[in-house]
Design a protein around this ligand. Structure first.
Ligand code: NAI
Ligand code: 15L
Length: 268
């Protein structure tokens, strides 16, 4: 791709998680060195990999983690609704440590795993785009809004580019009716991350991560410059998911885009 950035060393956080494990083999091909990090065991290092265990809540450790890194895919953190304390450590302090360390070490671009839960309190009847205000549906969603705001600040102030992926439901297959709309296949995620790393210009981009499903609540018009087009669709799973036991259509979990997250908590 013309004017695409070349990376000497990419960092993948959350590499031991579900999406990290899916992306790791592809990311090895995208730079001479891939540093993989998590608080959980990372397995064996492949030929061009560096294993870097790290707690995102540890400022000093994260600073060391970013040394020599010019591009980051940040998946690490609490990935579902939880009480405030772990969210504060991993997703609020953690993302701050990540961006501040990126600034110190001169990383150019970050792909940040945000979530549909940053906008989960929009009704399913409304189609939204990246210009619509955030409406988090949970403490987890609030932490993703914080990450999006922090990445905007680090772009405006320091020029670090970010693509914030408002991932829908990224699993091997959609698990329920809602995911017929929100599903993102692993293959489409991989191409999305590749597009975000290698597009000539990203600036600060918000992009919704869903496959080419029949129905959509999200318009990616503001992310056209990424050149990303999803190819998979949830249609092959429709009949089975629609045959699942009926749900109360008046339940908030059915009315809002975030599904069950809108009803979670309060937490102890
Ligand atoms: P996951 O829970 O499988 O992976 C997250 C990883 O982060 C785990 O391996 C965990 O050990 C690590 N982690 C947690 N706290 C940490 C800390 N303090 N320091 C270092 N590492 C820590 O989640 P998954 O599904 O792989 O998601 C990856 C990212 O994508 C997450 O940020 C999640 O919020 C986001 N996302 C995922 C979606 C999905 O459908 N899988 C949908 C929307 C967003
Ligand atoms: C997310 O943000 C979570 O990480 C994932 O586990 C799913 O709950 C997904 O959203 C979803 O909304 O289906």
């Amino acid at each position: 791709m013309e004017n695409a950035p070349a990376y000497r060393r990419l960092l993948l956080t959350g590499a031991a998680g579900a999406l990290g494990s899916a992306l790791r083999p592809a990311m090895r091909e995208w730079a001479p060195r891939l540093r993989v990090s998590d608080i959980a065991p990372l397995g064996k290092a492949a030929a061009n990999e560096e294993l870097a265990p790290c707690d995102l809540a540890d400022a000093r450790a994260v600073r060391d983690l970013l040394e020599g890194v010019d591009g980051v895919v940040h998946l690490g953190g609490i990935s579902t609704e939880h009480p405030w304390a772990p969210i504060l450590r991993a997703n609020i302090e953690g993302v701050y440590h990540l961006y501040e360390s990126a600034r110190i070490h001169g990383a150019r671009r970050v792909v940040f795993a945000s979530s549909n839960h940053a906008i989960g309190f929009y009704p399913r009847s409304q189609r939204i785009d990246a210009d619509d205000p955030t409406r988090p549906d949970s403490l987890y969603g609030v932490s993703k809004v914080f990450g999006e705001a922090l990445s905007r600040f680090y772009f405006d102030r320091y020029g670090i580019e970010s693509a914030c992926l408002r991932i829908g439901s990224c699993f091997t297959e959609p698990k329920d009716r809602r995911m017929l709309v929100t599903w993102l296949s692993y293959a489409d995620l991989t191409e999305l991350v590749r597009a975000c790393l290698f597009a000539p210009r990203v600036g600060h981009t918000i992009v919704f991560g869903a496959s080419a499903n029949r129905d959509s609540w999200w318009d990616n018009a503001q992310a056209r410059h990424l050149g990303w087009k999803p190819h998979d669709t949830s249609e092959p799973f429709r009949a089975a998911r629609e045959a699942m036991p009926a749900v109360d259509p008046a339940s908030p979990a059915e009315l809002f885009q975030g599904g069950a997250y809108v009803m979670m908590g309060p937490h102890d």
